[in-house]
Design a protein around this ligand. Sequence first.
Ligand code: C2E
Ligand code: MG
Ligand code: MG
Ligand code: MG
Length: 290
Amino acid sequence: QAEMAMHYVKERGKDNFQFYQRYIRTEHDDKLLMEKRLRLAAERNDFQLYYQPQIDLREKKVIGMEALLRWNDKELGTISPTKFIPLAEETGLIIAIGDWVLEEACAQAKAWFDQGHRLRIGINISPIQFQRPDFVNKVKHILEKTGLPASLLDLEITENVLLYNREECFKTLERLKQCGITISIDDFGTGYSSLSYLRRFPIDTLKIDQSFIREVLENSNDQAIVTSIIQLAHNMNLRVIAEGVETTAMVLFLNDRDCDEMQGYLYSKPLPAEVVTTFIQQTNPEEVLI
Ligand code: C2E
Ligand code: MG
Ligand code: MG
Ligand code: MG
């Protein structure tokens, strides 16, 4: 757009300089405005958490929920986390937002627990949160404050988190494990790290990225990758979850290969907390899946 404007300026001469200036300022303003709105939202905790069920394929029942952040701004409308999370990371706002997510999701899981629903809660952790020296203490504090059993908390980190400060990472993971918290590797297979971290770091679950699942029935390379990840996980005593499961045919494929869990639109999109319990009571995974 700026290039187009530049061209326009050259063509039409100096008279249009003002037009050009206004043009590029707009793009910059977009980001500044979003940052300003995000800062405001972070101050007021003006977000929602949605929860997506995770199904145990052998037991055919919901065993966990992944908390997914939603931001609906009065001025900007609904903005995808794939857009505002990177901005939150860039600006440092992810610390405040991430604290809120942790506490809100743990409190929600505790409320379900008190209602008799033993649901594990999966929470996405940004590398910036994970690398903070006070991260483990913060998580412990939130578990104490909310009363959620540590065994119901699963932290999702990406492979890239493990690339830097390996010693520190290792210690952080060990301390979390000692509390009884489990660790999942999110978007597995899409990061930059080598597989060697799998044998070094104490992790529990691999989440196969949805990009490998999307065309798994048509694409023989994806089939090989998914089959291999499941085998690799099981050979290392890790659990494995497939993300982005949208069809029954995909479930059959994953069942055949002994995948442990699945998550995706086939069973449910992410849901607001208020409807989660009624939804899982009324929708039997057995009927939906196969
Ligand atoms: P993710 O953690 O890999 O989450 C899975 C994403 O896939 C979610 O997108 C979910 O809504 C979507 N999804 C689930 N099932 C299906 C399906 O069957 N088909 C398709 N096409 N998509 C499906 P969402 O909610 O837009 O989140 C995007 C990403 O934003 C997340 O990817 C995660 O990396 C990040 N994110 C979301 N909430 C948080 C948060 O609280 N903290 C941090 N740090 N990151 C978050
Ligand atoms: Mg995730
Ligand atoms: Mg993922
Ligand atoms: Mg993702």
